[in-house]
Design a protein around this ligand. Structure first.
Ligand code: GRF
Length: 199
């Protein structure tokens, strides 16, 4: 059985989309995979409630309790590694997890650590992507699912979806339409990786 560990910081709507897809498409039978744990660096992350309601283990790891990124990432890896054994390897899915990870952490889970970023990478890494796309006069915006490397919002692209930027668009309206696409492509990209990992 492969263990999917999802990291969130807030609403967790992408996490919820993955959980729903795993249930609906029976990932346990199809890919021998389950969403094993949802970890948040914020205790008030709304997504934690959704995970609990779906019978998924939850963990909170408050980054403000750690002096260094290395110490936080080591504690994070210790939780993940409870779900990462030779028989049950972990796939680590960042879904709105608002922490920069250290190179040691990204190397440890290389090839099975994914992120979703609300722009058409390599355009607009970082924050405020929708506002920046509108200000740049882009006619199209979108979302990218990629494997995580040491460089922020870089790494091999697994999936993208394109969303037109409308006349008089606002960052909020564009974000809403992009988010709807996120919920489509992230579960599909995760399923693709599970398939590659084999049984
Ligand atoms: C999404 O827009 C995602 O692309 C970005 O943060 C947001 C998280 O939303 N990385 P949610 O917590 O999944 O609802």
């Amino acid at each position: 059985m492969k263990n999917i560990v999802i990291l969130i910081s807030g609403t967790g709507s992408n996490m919820a989309a993955i959980v729903r897809c795993a249930e609906r498409d029976r990932w346990s039978a199809k890919y021998a995979a389950r969403v094993a744990c949802v970890i948040s660096n914020k205790s008030n992350a709304r997504g934690l409630l959704f995970a609990k309601e779906h019978g998924i283990a939850t963990e909170v790891l408050d980054h403000t309790a750690f002096d260094t990124r290395d110490a936080f990432d080591a504690a994070l890896a210790a939780i993940i590694d409870r779900y990462d054994t030779p028989d049950s390897p972990a796939l680590v899915v960042l879904a709105g997890f608002m922490r920069i990870l250290t190179p040691g952490f990204t190397a440890k889970y290389a090839g099975r650590l994914t992120n979703i970023h609300p722009s058409l990478l390599p355009a607009f890494p970082g924050l405020h992507t929708h506002q920046r796309a509108i200000e740049a006069g882009c006619k199209f915006a979108g979302v990218t699912v990629h494997l995580v490397t040491a460089e922020l919002d870089h790494g091999p692209i697994l999936a993208q979806a394109v969303v037109p930027v409308l006349v008089d668009d606002t960052p909020e309206r564009l974000a809403e339409r992009v988010l709807a696409q996120e919920h489509q492509i992230y579960p599909r990209a995760v399923a693709g990786l599970l398939q590659q990992m084999g049984h």
